[in-house]
Structure formats: C-alpha cells, structure tokens
Design a binder for this molecule. Sequence first.
Ligand SMILES: C[S@@+](CC[C@H](N)C(=O)[O-])C[C@H]1O[C@@H](n2cnc3c(N)ncnc32)[C@H](O)[C@@H]1O
Length: 174
Amino acid sequence: MARPSEDLFNYLDEYHLSFQTLLDNGLKSREFRYKEDAIKMIGKLDLESRKEVRVLSIGSGNGDVDLHFINALVDKYTKIHYTVVEPAKASIDEFKRLTKSKKDIWNGVNFIFRVQEVEDYLEEGGTSDKYDVIHACHSLYRCRDAENTLHYLYNMLSKEGMLLIRVIKGTHTY
Ligand SMILES: C[S@@+](CC[C@H](N)C(=O)[O-])C[C@H]1O[C@@H](n2cnc3c(N)ncnc32)[C@H](O)[C@@H]1O
C-alpha cells in the first residue's frame, strides 16, 4: 500500500493544534453526542459470554472521544483489549497520560498504542485481527482508499461486532 497523507505527516503538529483550537472554541459540545453514541452502541453489544471485549480505535487523537467509549465499556465488561491506531505521536502521548489519570476505573483495560496510519496497520497484518467494536470518528478523510479500508475493517468484525464510522457529509456541521 502506498503512503497516504504525506501532507498531513508534514504538518501533523499544526493540524492537531488547529483541531484543538476548534475544540476549545465550541466544538467540544459535540462530545455530548459522542457520549450518547458510545453509551447506545456499547449498550447494544451482546458479548456476555466473552472473556474479553476487543476494540479498535482509528484516529483517536488525544483520546477525548475514546474516553466515552471506554467509560461505557468498563461499566459493562471487566476485561477489555483496546487498540489505538493513530499516526500523531504527540496525541498518543496525551492519550497515554489520560489512561494514567483514569487508571483506577480503567484497570480492566489493556491498551495497545500503534503510532501509524490505519493503512499501514492493515498492511502489516491487521486484517487478520478480530474486533467486537471498531470506531473511526472523523479520521477516514485522509485515507487514500477509504472504500477498501472500510471493506477490510468490516471483515475484521467478530460475529456480533459493531462498526461506527463518523464523517461529515456535505454542509453538515461537525
Ligand atoms: C479530526 S481528528 C479526529 C480525532 C478524534 N477521533 C475526534 O473525533 O475528536 C482526525 C484524526 O485522525 C488521525 N488520522 C489522520 N489520518 C489517519 C490515518 N490514515 N489513519 C489513522 N488515523 C489518521 C489524525 O492524526 C487525527 O488524530
């Protein structure tokens, strides 16, 4: 697979700084929807017999969104395997700090952090991994071949698995 997003890689810090500025100036209100979506989605998961819930988060940023999914998961399951695929190292570092600050309530969560693009993860063998929940919130815009990536992600779902893709379409607000 060829490398996508060379422009993003050249300006990753600026990109994240701009995104954080948007959040700080009102965009954070979207998190109420994230929280609702996370609670709804995890509520629908029916994996009681499983020993461990496996989650894949694509383009997490600093974990602001993920925390709603993780909170909903730990309310319902005791053992969670949570893989994060995010190319921005600074964001992953922030996410790691978040996990430390939440370690008392997230102690059943085993985090795997991969500093890379989803395409590279898939190419390195990710396609043979199975997940019960896969979510990509506003992170697939930069994919060179979003259709193929979606196809792979869909096939990586476990039998009862759920896939959440969040994107802006047309003139909709965030
Ligand atoms: C708009 S931010 C969204 C962050 C978070 N998911 C949210 O909704 O607040 C997009 C994120 O996708 C990441 N990203 C960009 N291209 C990616 C790719 N090819 N694979 C995985 N993540 C990617 C960026 O580094 C960034 O953290």
